[in-house]
Design a protein around this ligand. Sequence first.
Ligand code: FES
Length: 179
Amino acid sequence: MSERRDFFGKALGAFAGLGALGALYAAKRTWDPLPSVKAGGFTTIDVSAAQENVLNTEMWRGKPIFVLKLGKNAKPASAPNGNDANAYDDKRLIEIGGSKYLVAIGLCTHLGCIPAYFGDENKFKCACHGGEFSAAGEVLKSPPPSPLVIPPFKIDGNKLVLGEEGPEYKKMKADGLVA
Ligand code: FES
């Protein structure tokens, strides 16, 4: 009888262990960064595993870079200038593999704090002085004087190469969307 109890005890322990492992695995998946390779001043990020409305923060030349895949139902951004364009249609978004992404340096354009993303509101909020940005990086609430900065990038299939000026970045430059 005690052998039987031992067996059930062990089986239950193993089952609970597996459950905990599963929970750990699920949690780990949500905080794992996207696969990226750094070489010669470039950071190449494979965005194929990016999940909608989940902010990924990568590093490029010592700066945090936000990579955010937008859902098609991203809420409209209520900008102070009355421009309530849907964030999804913003020209500052980058298209990779049929999905739209915000790629921006993750530093507030006011005094350089790192804003946090609130997925339920589709906006970034800066805790330092209350500035807010849309999911496309546009200013929703001052004091930030300008949108989140888009770093030089190139699209290579499902990969994003930071540090290289590809045709999409050059077009943004010609359109005055990046400096
Ligand atoms: S640094 Fe972000 S609002 Fe001031």
